[in-house]
Design a protein around this ligand. Structure first.
Ligand code: MEV
Length: 439
């Protein structure tokens, strides 16, 4: 995005059409692509081809979070989400992160795991040894099943054998095929490979193959992101930066020791990650499954982020989680708006998308912890609620923000009051309230 920016103070105050124009300019969207944003993208016919028994379509808000600087690149974040405050909180956290140079993100090679379950084996270690000895034959069979992925530089990257001598169904062996899926999410490719290799595994071991399916615990395909924020950037009118950091560290400590809090902590992280997954046509259930299994990988369910204070007093954060996402195949290509979302992001690889999503998860967590450690999250919600009440009272255009702000300032978010304010506003010569709140 050289020459482009993701920074736009007051972006949320622009009328909707102006927001679209600015994003289109930054991302180079064509008029047709802009039109997709207002009509929802997917036609009824396209929907009918995606899944079975279609009777309609279901629209959700498509928003853009601003202010993101990730690995030195200005990035606008497309988000599909129904929950108020998430986009605003994310943009705010991304602005705070700029004070420390933005987010630094990285990722593993896009290697997925496929599982082949083998039963009826009298000697599990001997079967495992036989499989290891035939690794080249397994590679050849696997790669022959996905020539297009191999042509793009992906393919077989090895295998692991896992022995379960004692399960409710008796002893079993599981072969994990490690497969580089490049820019695809990879479920189809890995399932194809597992099914192609299964007869060979049965022949090698003399056992009976049951399951042949990818694992959503994609722990060889992690993405991570880090951020550093100086205390001054975290200061609020009511809280010095150091105290905000202390509150964030205390919140983090609770999530470390308490799965009840860790679940909510991680839910907030997934607010951001899922919204980008939806916007880009990725399988958010797969991402959720991988994230939560990874959070519990050491036996206790823990937070996906860590926060700490460095010697200079700045706040540091890091997130790490499996992110099996693609930019080719599936809905990433079948849904016209997913293609628009990928263009807004300006990504050219699945790894880059995963890195951005990791940074978004970290930013969302920062936003939640900062709010929880200071004024609580209801204030942000209150402002959005006030906007909805103002609209319900009949306010339009700039009236919405003015009335919403007044309702919040008066701490009286009620429809009757919104109606009074609207009358007052429309009746006044200056177009303002008597005691308007300074911004
Ligand atoms: C709400 O959707 C998410 C939060 O509860 C996350 C958190 O508590 O960290 C605000």
């Amino acid at each position: 995005m050289s020459g482009r920016t993701s920074r736009y103070p007051g972006f949320y105050r622009l009328p909707l059409e102006a927001r679209v124009r600015w994003v289109a300019e930054q991302a180079g969207l064509t008029p047709e692509e802009q039109a997709l944003l207002s009509n929802g993208g997917l036609t009824l016919e396209e929907a009918d081809h995606l899944v079975e028994n279609v009777i309609g379509r279901f629209a959700l808000p498509f928003a853009v979070a601003v202010n993101f600087l990730i690995n030195g690149r200005e990035i606008l974040i497309p988000m599909v989400i129904e929950e108020p405050s998430v986009v605003a909180a994310l943009s705010h956290a991304a602005r705070l992160a700029r004070a420390g140079g933005g987010f630094h993100a990285g990722s593993d090679e896009p290697i997925m795991r496929g599982q082949i379950q083998v039963m009826d084996l009298p000697d599990l270690p001997a079967a495992a040894r036989a499989i290891e000895e035939q690794i080249e034959a397994i590679r050849t069979t696997a790669e022959a099943a996905t020539p297009s992925i191999v042509a793009r530089g992906g393919g077989f990257r090895g295998l692991e054998t896992i022995l379960f001598p004692d399960t409710p169904a008796g002893p079993m062996l599981v072969v994990h095929l490690l497969y580089d899926v490049r820019d695809a999410m990879g479920a189809n490719a890995v399932n194809t490979v597992c099914e192609a290799v299964a007869p060979l595994i049965a022949r090698i071991t003399g056992g009976r193959v049951v399951l042949r399916i990818l694992s959503n615990l994609a722990d060889r395909r992690r993405a991570w992101a880090e951020v550093r924020i100086p205390p001054e950037a975290l200061e609020t009118p009511d809280f010095p930066g150091d105290l905000v950091i202390q509150g964030i560290l205390e919140a983090q400590a609770l999530a470390e020791v308490d799965p009840y809090r860790a679940a909510t902590h991680n839910k907030g992280i997934m607010n951001g990650i899922d919204a980008v997954a939806l916007a880009t046509g990725n399988d958010w259930r797969a991402i959720e499954a991988g994230a939560h299994a990874y959070a519990a990988r050491n036996g206790q369910y823990r937070p996906l982020t860590r926060w700490w204070r460095d010697e200079g007093g700045a706040l540091h954060g890091r997130i790490e989680l499996p992110l099996a996402v693609g930019i080719v195949g599936g809905a990433t290509q079948a849904h016209p708006l997913a293609r628009v979302a990928l263009k807004i992001l300006g990504v050219s690889s699945a790894r880059e998308l995963a890195e951005i999503m990791a940074a978004v998860g970290l930013a969302q967590n920062l936003a939640a912890l900062r709010a929880l450690a200071t004024e609580g999250i209801q204030r942000g919600h209150m402002e959005l609620h006030a906007r909805q009440i103002a609209m319900a009272a009949g306010a339009a255009g700039q009236e919405i923000d003015r009335i919403a702000q007044q309702l919040v300032a008066e701490r009286n978010i009620r429809l009757a009051r919104a109606r009074e304010l609207l009358q007052e506003l429309r009746g006044s010569a200056t177009g303002g309230f008597d005691q308007e709140r300074a911004e």
